[in-house]
Structures are given as structure tokens and as C-alpha cells.
Design a protein around this ligand. Structure first.
Ligand SMILES: CC(=O)N[C@@H](CCC[C@H](N)C(=O)O)C(=O)O
Length: 380
């Protein structure tokens, strides 16, 4: 059964779920968050905005350190297919990666500390554009954050495969290095009946998709997990017109920067080969690149011990493996020690799926866990 507080946060989640917006266009989302934050006791709060992001300084009573908590804000271009009564009101867009829960949990933790002062300062970061083009790196560098820069920072990500009440993380690398991948091919269009008078880019693109996978299977150490996914392929305009242009859109995942460099070198070699073989021209754009999410070993191990020794009644802890997901939270952790953890939300469909329905019972679990953890840290 959910408590009165959690019913309130369940409603907040449902409100946010209905207004998913793309990166750096989270205008309604930002306003909703600001309105809620304005409803909290203001004596120890200082609120700043940066583009569509929000920073909230919660002043401690006798601060010795500053702890940060980050939640991402943006939605995904996925037509929602859940059974929710509170479906997205933005056609073609959905919170399909749990950012509605991430923001709600962030508000819940913030609300707790707006009502219950602790010794140390807190910086809450509501960050835009995690799914792309990436808000963490520019937000880290923004003027508004500099005097609120935390000494340690924490975040979470929903995990559909784990039951509610599960927290999973590990010291060291948790998420992969990522690079987006956009390849455009240009040949010569023509009539479908006269292929010899044209230069078909559909067939060139199809050949390239297959060749790209040889990088993972033939050029990368099988023990050094890496991924190339081509998520979208476009080419042509009509069934009886030979395609002059084709476009591949994908993403690369590696656990080391060196392997990312190696993979990109092979991509470029294969694309040059397609140009020569199909007498076409090609361009490659790597879009946004994210650092690996590297959990500080000391801080993370201490958190793991604290959870297992003090929260065992409410939390089942799992030491997780690395995952090939990306998260630009990695930029925060590159500069500030801290960790990210998986939060179980017990749902059959996975991240980025149109039917994702994370359990709302996880909201209270996460709020309780992080308010207890930060209270403990600020009393040590
Ligand atoms: C947790 C999660 O799903 N993160 C995304 C991050 C996307 C990074 C970038 N836009 C890319 O596509 O590489 C993921 O896809 O892992």
C-alpha cells in the first residue's frame, strides 16, 4: 500500500509522464518542476535555471561538505503503447527510459530535505537532454553550477528486470562509453527499370550494415565487450525509384576509450570501401559522445556496505555487472566522485520500449533510500 506522501509523488510522476519533451525542449517539464519546488519551504532553498535545467541549493545547518543528486528530464521519440490512463499528451513522444520517475524521486528527496535540515549542503541537478545531445557536459561547465559544485554526486536509473526493492550497482565501470553514429551515402537516383543508369544507395547501405558488424565480431577482442547498433535506416522515396541517398543512424558502445578509437577507425575504413566499391560519396557524423559511468570505488563500496548492513529490511542489494547502456552522468563522475545505481521497477518491457510500465512502488523505495543515505552521510 502506498502512503499519503507516495500517492502525492505517484501523481507527480503521472503528471510528468504526460508531458515528455525532447532534449533542451523540456519547457513544460521545467515549469512543472519549478512550480513544485516553489511549493516547498523556501528558507533554505536557492533555485537557479540553466537552459531547461534546474539547480537547487539546499543549505545545510553547519555545512562541512556538499552532496549532489542528479535526475534527467527528457523524453524519447517513441509513440506510447502503454495501458496508462495518463498516457503522454505529446503524440510520438514518451517517457520510455524512466526519466519521469527519476525526476519524481529527485523531487521527493528534495522535498524531504526542504522540510528536514541536515548539516551539509545539497545540490539537486535536474538535467536536460540525457538521451541526446547530452546536457551533463555543458551543465557541468555552466556558470550557475560552479559555486554549487558537489564534493560527491549520486544518481539512479530504473531497471525493469529487477523487482521493486532492489538496488544494484558496483564499484568501477557501470555503463559504457557511447558515441552516436550517423552515416549518409549519396549515389545517383533513377528509374527502377534502368538500374545500370543509376547508382543505388539502398543496396550500398544494406551492404554497409552487414559489414559494420564484422568490426565487433572480427576486429575487437571478444573479451572486450563492444556494440554497434544501427537503429534506423532510411533510403529512397518510392518503390519504383532508385534511391540516390541513404542514411544509417546508430550508436557505438565500448568499455574503453581505446576500443572506441579502434572501432571508429574500422568504421571509417569500411565506409571508404563502400565509397570505392559503389562509386558513391559518404559522410560520417559521430553526434554526441558520452563518457563511461565510472563509480568511485571507495564511495561506492561504502554505499554498498551501508545498504547491506542497515537497509536490509527494505532493500535487496545486488552487485551488478557492467552494462552497455550509456549515460552522460559519466561526465559528472569523471569530475566528481560518486555513483549511479540501478533501481528495480519490475516490469516486463525494457528501457526504450513503447510498453514500458515501471512500477510506481519504486518511487517511495528510492526516496526513502536516498534520504536515509544522505542523512547518514551528513551526520558522519
Ligand atoms: C540509460 C539509457 O538508455 N541511455 C541511453 C543514452 C543514449 C546516448 C546517445 N544518445 C546514444 O544513442 O549513444 C542509451 O541509449 O544507452
Amino acid at each position: 500500500m502506498t502512503t499519503i506522501a507516495s500517492n502525492r509523488f505517484v501523481q507527480i510522476r503521472r503528471d510528468l509522464h504526460q508531458i515528455p519533451e525532447p532534449g533542451f525542449q523540456e519547457f513544460k517539464t521545467q515549469q512543472y518542476l519549478l512550480d513544485y519546488i516553489a511549493s516547498l519551504p523556501q528558507e533554505r532553498l536557492e533555485v537557479r535555471t540553466w537552459r531547461t535545467g534546474i539547480l537547487v541549493n539546499v543549505k545545510g545547518t553547519a555545512p562541512e561538505r556538499r552532496y549532489g543528486y542528479r535526475a534527467d528530464m527528457d523524453g524519447l521519440p517513441i509513440p506510447e503503447d502503454t495501458g496508462y490512463e495518463f498516457k503522454s499528451t505529446h503524440p510520438g513522444f514518451m517517457h520510455a527510459c524512466g526519466h519521469d520517475l527519476h525526476m519524481t524521486i529527485g523531487l521527493g528527496i528534495l522535498s524531504h530535505f526542504a522540510h528536514h535540515a541536515i548539516r551539509d549542503d545539497l545540490t539537486f541537478i535536474f538535467q536536460p537532454a540525457e538521451e541526446g545531445p547530452g546536457g551533463a557536459k555543458p551543465m557541468l561547465e555552466c556558470e550557475e553550477l560552479q559555486d554549487l559544485m558537489p564534493d560527491e554526486i549520486f544518481g539512479l536509473h530504473i531497471a525493469p528486470e529487477y523487482p521493486v526493492g532492489t538496488v544494484a550497482t558496483k564499484p568501477g565501470i557501470l555503463f559504457a562509453n557511447t558515441s552516436e553514429l550517423f552515416i549518409d551515402l549519396k549515389g545517383k537516383g533513377g528509374h527502377a527499370a534502368f538500374p545500370h543508369k543509376a547508382n543505388d544507395m539502398v543496396i550500398a547501405a544494406c551492404q554497409l550494415v552487414g559489414q559494420l558488424q564484422t568490426i565487433i565480431s572480427r576486429n575487437v577482442d571478444p573479451l572486450d565487450s563492444s556494440v554497434i547498433t544501427i537503429g534506423k535506416i532510411e533510403g529512397g522515396t518510392k518503390q519504383n525509384i532508385i534511391a540516390e541517398n541513404a542514411r544509417l543512424e546508430g550508436t557505438i558502445r565500448t568499455f574503453s576509450a581505446e576500443t572506441m578509437t579502434r572501432v571508429k577507425a574500422r568504421i571509417e575504413a569500411l565506409v571508404r570501401g563502400i565509397e570505392a566499391g559503389f562509386e558513391c560519396s559518404a559522410s560520417i557524423d559521430y553526434g554526441s559522445n558520452y563518457r563511461q559511468v565510472f563509480n568511485d570505488p571507495q564511495v561506492t563500496s561504502e554505499f554498498m556496505t551501508w545498504v547491506q548492513e542497515t537497509q536490509q529490511d527494505a532493500i535487496q542489494f545486488i552487485e551488478s555487472k557492467e552494462a552497455m547502456t550509456g549515460e552522460d552522468f559519466g561526465y559528472f563522475l569523471e569530475r566528481i566522485p560518486g555513483f549511479m545505481f540501478w533501481l528495480g521497477v519490475d516490469t516486463p518491457y525494457g528501457l526504450h520500449h513503447a510498453k514500458l510500465e515501471p512500477s510506481e512502488n519504486a518511487i517511495d523505495t528510492a526516496i526513502q533510500l536516498m534520504t536515509r543515505y544522505l542523512t547518514w552521510r551528513a551526520s558522519k
